[in-house]
Design a protein around this ligand. Structure first.
Ligand SMILES: [Zn+2]
Length: 188
């Protein structure tokens, strides 16, 4: 990831919240996020009748659902997001936020759908993964979780994300470090 990308992502997460009328530490639903720049989303389950008509077997569908969680496709002048709606809701949030991040970052489709893992495509994946997590739990939200002394489960529920994502974001955003410093400063 390029230098400064993490703070850029934090700024974007807060800006998006402001435009959506959500406080900096508030919950953001990935599906609401896609509506905001007008990105249509379609769950895999909607494709199943057509896939069956096309002769795709149940086994092949299962294999596809195991492999693919979300992807961007060209749609009119923009993009649409296909996502695996068979996954748990928290997983869907992270998959859709990841795909929306590719769109927000204007990643060229050619670089992200290509099967070949080039240095460039790896970098774009890292960026989308990082921004996706940041959108769901930016630094102010992670600090809020820690300041409120929320359990992992309570925080996951509050933000509609997995407990793993809560842990990861509290660490990688620097919130845990900042919170620790604030606490020792308060203790004097
Ligand atoms: Zn991606």
């Amino acid at each position: 990831m390029q230098r400064g990308f993490k703070s850029y992502a934090e700024g974007l997460a807060v800006e998006v919240r402001r435009e959506m009328g959500i406080p900096a530490h508030g919950r953001l639903c990935a599906f609401e996020l896609t509506k905001f720049p007008g990105i249509p989303t379609l769950g895999f389950s909607k494709l199943i009748p057509a896939a069956k008509e096309f002769g795709v077997t149940a086994g092949q569908l299962k294999a596809l659902e195991k492999e693919v969680h979300g992807l961007c496709i060209p749609f009119g002048p923009g993009r649409a997001i296909l996502y695996n709606d068979n996954n748990l809701p928290a997983r869907q949030q992270s998959d859709v936020a990841h795909e929306a991040s590719h769109v927000l970052l204007r990643h060229p489709l050619a670089d992200i759908v290509s099967g070949a893992v080039t240095q460039r495509s790896k970098e774009l994946e890292d960026e989308a993964a990082h921004l996706g997590g940041t959108l769901l739990l930016p630094l102010p939200a992670a600090l809020h979780v820690l300041a409120q002394g929320m359990s992992l489960g309570a925080a996951a529920e509050e933000y509609g994300i997995s407990t793993e994502m809560v842990t990861y974001r509290c660490n990688v955003s620097g919130a845990r470090l900042i919170h620790g410093r604030r606490r020792s400063a308060a203790r004097g």
